[in-house]
Design a protein around this ligand. Sequence first.
Ligand SMILES: O=C(CO)COP(=O)(O)O
Length: 253
Amino acid sequence: MRKKVIAGNWKMNKTLAEAVQFVEDTKNRIPANDQVEAVVCAPFLFLPALVEKAKGTDLHIAAQNMHFEASGAFTGEVSPGMLKDAGVTYVVLGHSERRAYFAETDETVNKKTHAAFNVGLTPIVCVGETLEQRENNETMDHVEAQVKRAIAGLSDEQVKQVIIAYEPIWAIGTGKTATSEQANEVCTHIRKVVKANVSEAVADSVRIQYGGSVKPANVKELLLRSDIDGALVGGASLEADSFLQLVEAGVNE
Ligand SMILES: O=C(CO)COP(=O)(O)O
């Protein structure tokens, strides 16, 4: 059985006080279980305080980005080692907003994925098509190319540990969720790509999330699908109760 991952991506939201309060409100309410990992992906500034607050609980703290270099003259950047040192365990890489607004490319995503493993962070690698690509029937080819480039050069064991988040760009923050069938179709394709490029055993183990307007009302249907192993959630992860409902849906599914 693949353990599901429900990750809340807060993006650029909350104050430090609000972030700490969220962890206070949720950390002891994650149901004890072996079916779901609960993760919040927070802005850099909040990470040490949230790690401290969540210590000894089932809530995991993630970063939303990082640089691929270990150190150096990269003003404004945060290194993989800094995240590891802060006690962070996961890092989101290649989110479509970073690709669109901050010149993230498949090449930098690949470098960052390697860099994450070098320090022992679990990467959550985002892929997904634009509306135009979907309308032109380019979804599968585009996502396939993104996945192949992201995992290039990783060992089989590392690919097994990567979490792949399929987030169709047209479904992010728009209220337009992909139907569970559309979402699963692409997640199934991603698993086939891993099988063809790595191995069947790795493909069977790799976890693939769906993201894009996921909320308590639609998460169950998504999680019931054969190849969807969790969700990467923006808006609906900002409130403690809503986040907990998403986690509980995974546990009860
Ligand atoms: O981008 C997302 C998560 O990374 C999805 O955001 P929404 O859930 O707000 O659509």
